[in-house]
Design a protein around this ligand. Structure first.
Ligand SMILES: [Zn+2]
Length: 473
């Protein structure tokens, strides 16, 4: 296990990761509100969280990740009522498309995807605890958190609360409360709305409460890392801290990590500009999921990422450089003997890559390690200096690096942008090369799997004395 440090939003500085249980990281990532299809701004955050999860595992940590599905929300309820459908009927297609999008972008599945609708008893219990401490009060069937009773409030966002003027209305504030700054824990139901029974009458949980209840249920009252987009810092995460810590009397989260905004062509995403693309819309424009994933991961998560078509093209081009090196490597001979520069290049790249990830996910440095390797290996091939075992050790390093970035192995993506014509020749070549590689490593399960996958596409491989040949049937 390697040590790692991350920029903690709460302290505004980089601090070492010190998990509660050594070697195990509890990670809570705010998930989608399934009111509509997720847009690429959401996917920037989800991909950052995927990278974080994969990097932690690469560094030797076990990760238990929770991502909630917000399926109780004012907009969802309004839309379901207007459409005359149940909440679950309304949200089902958006939940389905969310998971399909995760798969398209090769985002690893979290260990838990709790839904708000399935955790209302835990949420009511949390509100009851807050009412018992005196910090929460009921008003007309709703329950509010009294901010004036929490001297710590504002700790995460560093917001000066005296600047929040009395009388200022908050967007989702439709209820009577003592102080405009107080936030809602439980919302009394309006007539004909879907609702749940509670000690305060029928109603529904507030969004902030949903995350506090579900994170603590799965990860315990204190856990290691909580993430989201920067727009979650206030009020969402600030309120999560207030609720959770008031209820438990202890610390809630050790490290807060936040991903910056995504811009589109240099402008903020907004409905009115029409640039809040969904993943499906980008794929319709012909963008490849692999290049998209790579594009999103190239910019450090704490920097604004400017989405442009040219940027995605550059990403595809960069991936080709890696694929070409892999292809040349698997077709080159290891005839160079003892003076091969490759073992040292591999060791250097691995160390640089590992150190970069442990340094607050320094992706540009980690990718510099990847491309440094590509360059060194290309030179070694050109100079005929590959030694025995070099091919294997470079491929092994690429496999390890790919565990983090998930884009470095073209065979994992082959077939996903298939047209009616099936796999392209390049994709078939890549799969055939991958099968050879698996056979050389005596990984026959993998080589059979690739052969079967090709067979499904009507492609047969014949092994001949001069190497494999393939043909379409
Ligand atoms: Zn949340």
């Amino acid at each position: 296990m390697s040590s790692a440090a991350f920029f903690n939003t709460e302290e505004r500085r980089q601090v070492p990761l010190e998990p509660r249980d050594e070697g195990r990281v509890g990670l809570y990532t705010c998930g989608p509100t399934v009111y509509n299809h997720a847009h690429i701004g959401n996917f920037r955050t989800f991909l950052f969280e995927d990278l974080l999860r994969r990097a932690l595992r690469f560094l030797g940590y076990e990760v238990e990740q929770v991502m909630n599905i917000t399926d109780i929300d004012d907009k969802i309820i309004r839309a379901a009522v207007e459409g005359g459908v149940s909440l679950s009927e309304y949200t089902a297609p958006y939940i389905e498309s969310f998971f399909a999008d995760l798969d398209t972008l090769h985002i690893e599945r979290a260990e838990h995807y709790p839904r708000a609708t399935e955790h209302v008893p835990e949420m009511i219990e949390l509100v009851e605890k807050l009412v018992a401490t005196g910090v929460a009060y009921e008003s007309d069937g709703s329950v509010f958190f009294r901010i004036a009773d929490d001297p710590d409030y504002g700790r995460l966002s560093k917001l000066d609360l005296s600047e929040v003027r009395q009388g200022e209305r908050v967007a989702d504030d439709e209820y009577d409360k003592e102080d405009v700054r107080d936030f809602v824990l439980w919302k009394g139901a309006k007539p004909n709305e879907p609702s749940w029974d509670s000690p305060w009458g029928t109603g529904r949980p507030g969004w902030h409460l949903e995350c506090s209840a579900m994170s603590m249920k799965y990860l315990g009252p204190e856990f290691d890392i909580h993430t989201g987009g920067v727009d979650n810092i206030f009020p969402h995460h600030e309120n999560e801290i207030a609720q959770s810590e008031t209820a438990t009397g202890g610390r809630f989260v050790r490290l807060w990590l936040h991903a910056e905004h995504l811009l589109v062509d240099g402008r903020k995403m907004s409905k009115s500009l029409g640039n809040q693309y969904t993943l499906a819309e980008l794929l319709e424009r012909g963008l490849e999921p692999r290049a998209l994933r790579y594009f999103f991961l190239t910019t450090h998560y704490r920097k604004k990422l400017n989405f442009t078509l040219a940027g995605v093209e550059d990403a595809a081009h960069a991936l080709r450089r890696i694929d070409e090196m892999r292809f040349r490597l698997t077709h080159a001979e290891e005839s160079g003997g003892a003076d091969s520069p490759v073992p040292e290049a591999v060791e250097r790249a691995r160390a640089r890559f590992t150190a970069a990830l442990a340094d607050d996910l320094n992706t540009s440095e980690a990718l510099a390690a990847v491309f440094g390797l590509v360059k060194d290996v290309n030179i070694a091939i050109e100079e005929n200096r590959l030694g025995t075992g070099d091919t294997q050790s470079v491929l092994q390093l690429l496999t390890d690096m790919n565990r983090v970035f998930g884009v470095l192995d073209p065979t994992e993506w082959a077939g996903e942008d298939e047209t009616a014509a099936g796999l392209s020749d390049d994709q078939i070549e890549a799969l055939v090369a991958a099968r050879q590689e698996a056979r050389a490593q005596k990984d026959f399960a993998r080589s059979d799997e690739i052969r079967d996958r090709l067979a499904e596409q009507g492609i047969v491989i014949e092994d001949t004395p001069t190497g494999p040949r393939w043909k379409r049937t």
